[in-house]
Design a protein around this ligand. Structure first.
Ligand SMILES: C[S@@+](CC[C@H](N)C(=O)[O-])C[C@H]1O[C@@H](n2cnc3c(N)ncnc32)[C@H](O)[C@@H]1O
Length: 432
């Protein structure tokens, strides 16, 4: 079935939303608000439908030819056909739209929107699926489970693409990849090098790994077998145990083992640190419930009056890295990093009667609804909630509002240009 319609907005997920002549909502990928389109309905779900563009009748002035040749097939990017400045506008609208759709009635105190100075080549890590049948590495094709062979990803930093090109030709990696389903290549910006970690079903031959290291950009290789710690670094004498090195806003060096979470766009990560600092909050006891390797906790150390810093994370290797960073910087005495879950940390704090006047939340995409019951017993003044998923953030903010935490400030950071994803940082203050 064909139809002519006008795009109203872009929603979370990157699709355009429009209404069919009979009033039914329809979602269309790769479109821009205000465009008039001839579309074909590809699936009708009763309440709503999915359509694809057959012809653009009136194109948006913000439309451009997507720079990447995989665009439209690869599931990674959704907004490449839109000029970058307008992508930012769209993300801002997605933010407001999500708040309203989920029932937020008060003012939305959006303080600023920070775009990325690099609209391409910003990612410091790429994770590929590996398929040895016709040897390919890549991302999952849109709407399938099939792997799309990627030889260059425009979102990745240049050095990562240079390594990908060499991996495709490297006989050792071709052999090793036979037993591998996934590979991660990650930059170490302070050394202009790359680390590589691959998941494997069988123990690899060390000679193959040695041979792999002939790729000049590689600093270290690790491999990971199910149920074990990653093996590495190879070579054994790789500096700092093969860790990646990043510099934070205080020129403090972070040392991070391959595979441990690092925010994908480092410039934006530093902008988030700066923003949190600019709020100039006064606090004495800080608890970071998703501390990772200490990313957002270390920049708060400059606060002289702080009496307690506790960071927790379920990833043991991230905690090891935080402790390593603190030791290298000679600040380990001021820090407590522990490998326990956020929930355990809250239970313990409640049991010990410990209170914190600043609590940081930076959970994975699913948010942290489960923490809301205990949080008020521990978070006595401020909460800073950093989120890469606006629907779960708003869901949790609605709960926090009922618990008497007022949303004071909100900032949007474009950590992920060309995709519908972005990072939001919320500051909440407890009332009464
Ligand atoms: C988005 S990352 C943020 C890490 C860190 N704040 C950073 O910026 O690098 C989320 C972190 O939450 C951790 N995590 C996941 N589930 C957790 C839980 N139940 N309790 C504590 N940490 C958890 C992950 O290991 C990961 O390090």
């Amino acid at each position: 079935m064909q139809s002519v319609l006008k795009v109203e907005k872009i929603i979370f997920g990157g699709n355009g939303l429009a209404h069919l002549p009979d009033g039914k909502v329809v979602f269309i990928p790769y479109v821009i608000p205000e465009e008039v389109l001839q579309v074909r309905i590809i699936k009708d779900y009763g309440d709503y439908a999915e359509a694809e563009v057959e012809k653009i009748l009136e194109a948006s002035p913000y439309r451009r030819k997507a720079p990447c040749s995989y665009y439209g097939i690869c599931g990674g990017c959704q907004l490449q056909h839109i000029l970058y400045s307008y992508q930012i506008k769209i993300k801002e609208e997605i933010l407001f739209d999500t708040f309203r759709r989920l029932g937020w009635k008060e003012e939305i105190p959006l303080e600023k929107v920070v775009s990325s100075s690099k609209e391409f080549n910003y990612r410091n890590r790429l994770r590929f699926h590996v398929e040895n049948d016709k040897f390919k590495m890549g991302f999952v094709k849109r709407k399938t489970h099939e792997v799309l062979k990627i030889e260059k990803c425009l979102l990745g930093e240049d050095i990562l693409n240079r390594v990908i090109a060499q991996l495709y030709k490297n006989p050792s990696w071709i052999k090793l990849s036979y037993y591998s389903k996934r590979i991660k290549i990650e930059t170490s910006p302070e050394e202009d090098k790359v680390t590589l970690i691959f998941w494997t079903a069988v123990e690899p031959f060390k000679e193959d790994i040695k041979e792999l290291l002939s790729i000049e950009e590689l600093k270290a290789v690790f491999y990971w077998m199910k149920g074990r710690r990653p093996e590495g670094p190879f070579p054994e004498k790789s500096s700092y145990g093969g860790r990646r090195i990043f510099k934070n806003i205080d020129n403090l060096f972070y040392y991070v083992q391959p595979g441990v979470f690092v925010q994908a766009n480092w410039e934006i990560n530093c902008a988030i640190m700066e923003t949190i600092r600019s709020w100039d909050l006064s606090f004495e006891r800080v608890l970071d419930l998703h501390a990772g390797m200490g990313n957002f906790l270390f920049p708060l150390l400059h606060e002289k009056e702080v009496k307690k810093f506790l960071g927790v994370d379920t990833d043991l290797r991230a905690i090891e890295d935080g402790l390593y960073t603190a030791e290298k910087a000679g600040i380990n005495g001021r820090f407590d990093l522990r490998n326990i879950s956020a929930m355990e940390a809250l239970y313990e704090a409640v049991k010990e009667g410990e209170e914190f006047d600043l609590v940081l939340l930076d959970p994975p995409r699913g948010g942290c609804k489960e923490l809301m019951r205990l949080l008020p017993e521990v978070a006595k003044k401020y909460i800073i909630y950093i989120s890469c998923d606006i629907p779960t953030l708003v869901r949790d903010l609605l709960i926090l509002r009922k618990l008497n935490y007022e949303l004071i400030k909100l900032s949007l950071f474009d950590m992920f240009p060309q995709t519908y994803h972005f990072e939001t940082v919320a500051l909440l203050e407890r009332k009464g």
